[in-house]
Design a binder for this molecule. Structure first.
Ligand code: SF4
Length: 502
């Protein structure tokens, strides 16, 4: 129905008719400057030119313990990487060493205690991995008085809260979430040091890191515009390009990619199934009760007009509450936003009864949006505020449900654009630095907005739409850069201040 309408309009349009019919895609265009007067040259939109995306879906969608991908999964992965790296140092260096030191800067220092960054760091040093970590041990690691040990090349090192230094919040490192890990000698000298950055969504990198040994994408793109050109030139669909690129980048076959997609969908679904049965207090310094179960149960008796939104909200709350409780969740794109996509996944499976194949295609569309946001902006609340977490999650979820239900690439892009556009400017102000208020409810809003974006996009005419995903992503990034530090996951502004009594 939609495609017929689109083609009809394309046929009666003037200058663009040829290209639209040839490509079947609409391409981004700016509003002509004569409408408002031109924008100063230094403020003009410039399409990002960062080269092709080489991120894998296994990087974007990671399973790990909550409550925050940048503050739990990445620090756990970082300390695990450090353990492995020092394990390969020359024996004489290890002989001279005595202890390990971890320094946290920026948002990691400001809100790391609330996010339980310390226990994640200790878990990594004790050999734990995010996707398989022992949640009982993780709980025990909260105890600041307990001391553990880890072994490096046969030598024993203390692993306890005493090795962590909560350093400066304001600093000059290139990423807010900076973590320096050191191997210290017997006289307090640094024998080995690595400067790590947690760059959002559980991703990390270190200073001077060589490019990873990965394959090149089969269909290189860095923006949505380039993606559409690839699709047009090679007559490929969104899911075909995403599948081919994934296989080429991480050098695996269809079977492995599908297994990963299925496990992500399953983990998301399980987070909802578990969350709508649990009640009681969430861990944290103030009393915050779970409410997903109550809202879900009451939805059965809700008015027909209220029911769907109530159910969707309860699913998002379920995923998010589980994450806040430290359960295994999926970065989508972060753990702070771990409830948004699962709500839509649950809707697609249990309400819409979509096939597994359609769900996988939807997840690939979500992956595309996540890649573009990560590549051309950021998905870290510490860099761009909550627009980069819940905003991007909502955008990914809107693309997912649209594409899974058969929308074209144009309509899928519009759904993602709408959802992101209407999160622009949203700050990150977790009360006390805990992923509780406002994070949990924000997931419900992210899910509802995603669904609304999907509904609006289905009825949109691509050739009549001005906003496109690339421009909205750049707007998000610029908005984030201009945001004062107190609104970027430092717990020092917004609700984090007004909610606390003097
Ligand atoms: S406010 Fe948003 S960005 Fe900040 S921690 Fe919460 S979910 Fe993440």
């Amino acid at each position: 129905m939609y495609r017929r309408t689109f083609l009809k309009i394309a046929m009666i349009s003037s200058a663009t008719v040829g290209s639209l019919l040839k490509s079947n895609f609409t391409f981004a265009k700016g509003i002509p400057s004569k409408v408002f007067g031109s924008i100063p040259k230094d403020k003009c939109y410039v399409a990002p030119a960062k080269g092709p995306i080489q991120t894998s879906l296994t990087d974007l969608f990671k399973v790990g313990p909550g409550p925050s991908s940048s503050h739990t999964i990445a620090p756990l992965r970082i300390s695990s990487d450090f353990l492995k790296t020092v394990g390969n140092l020359p024996k004489d260096v290890i002989d001279k060493s005595q202890s390990i030191e971890v320094r946290l800067f920026g948002s990691l220092s400001a809100t790391g205690k609330g996010h339980r960054t310390d226990r994640a760091i200790l878990a990594g040093l004790l050999g734990q991995k995010p996707e398989t970590c022992d949640t009982k041990l993780m709980d025990e690691l909260q105890d600041t008085t307990k001391k553990y040990t880890t072994t490096i090349q046969g030598k024993t090192f203390e692993v306890s809260h005493d090795i962590i230094v909560w350093d400066k919040i304001e600093h000059n490192y290139p990423f807010s979430n900076t973590m320096i890990m050191r191997l210290i000698g017997k006289n307090g000298e640094t024998l080995f040091e690595r400067e790590y950055y947690s760059t959002g969504g559980g991703f990390f990198q270190w200073k001077g890191q060589p490019a990873p040994d990965r394959g090149k994408p089969a269909y290189p793109f860095g923006t949505m515009m380039e993606f559409k050109r690839m699709a047009q030139e090679h007559k490929k669909s969104l899911h075909e390009i995403m599948m081919e690129n994934e296989k080429a980048i991480i050098k695996v076959g269809d079977k492995e990619v599908i297994a990963h997609l299925d496990s992500i969908l399953k983990t998301m679904e399980n987070s909802v199934i578990q969350g709508i049965t649990e009640e009681g207090l969430l861990p944290g310094p103030f009393e915050l009760y779970r409410k997903a179960k109550r809202i879900y149960e009451r939805s059965r008796k809700a008015r027909a007009t209220d029911r769907l939104m109530q159910q969707m909200s309860s699913y998002a709350l379920a995923g998010s509450e589980g994450n806040a409780a430290g359960r295994l969740s999926v970065t989508a794109p972060t753990l702070g936003s771990a409830g948004t996509m699962p709500a839509l996944v649950y809707m697609m499976k249990h309400h819409m009864k979509l096939s597994q194949d359609a769900m996988r295609k939807g997840l690939l569309a979500a992956g595309l949006v996540g890649f573009l946001c990560k590549h051309n902006a950021s998905v870290a609340g510490a860099d761009v505020g909550c627009q980069g977490e819940i905003g991007v999650a909502s955008s990914m979820a809107a693309a997912m449900i649209s594409y899974a239900t058969g929308a074209s690439l144009d309509v899928t892009e519009i759904a993602a654009t709408i959802a992101l556009e209407h999160h622009l400017g949203m700050s990150c102000d977790p009360v006390g630095g805990f992923v509780l208020i406002p994070c949990i409810e924000r997931n419900a809003f992210g899910a509802v907005k995603a669904y609304n974006a999907y509904l609006l996009a289905r009825n949109e005419i691509p050739s009549q739409r001005w906003e496109d995903l690339d421009r909205v992503i750049v707007a998000m990034y610029e908005t984030g850069l201009a945001m004062p530090t107190q609104f970027k996951e430092t717990g020092t502004g917004g609700l984090a201040v007004t909610m606390v009594d003097c």
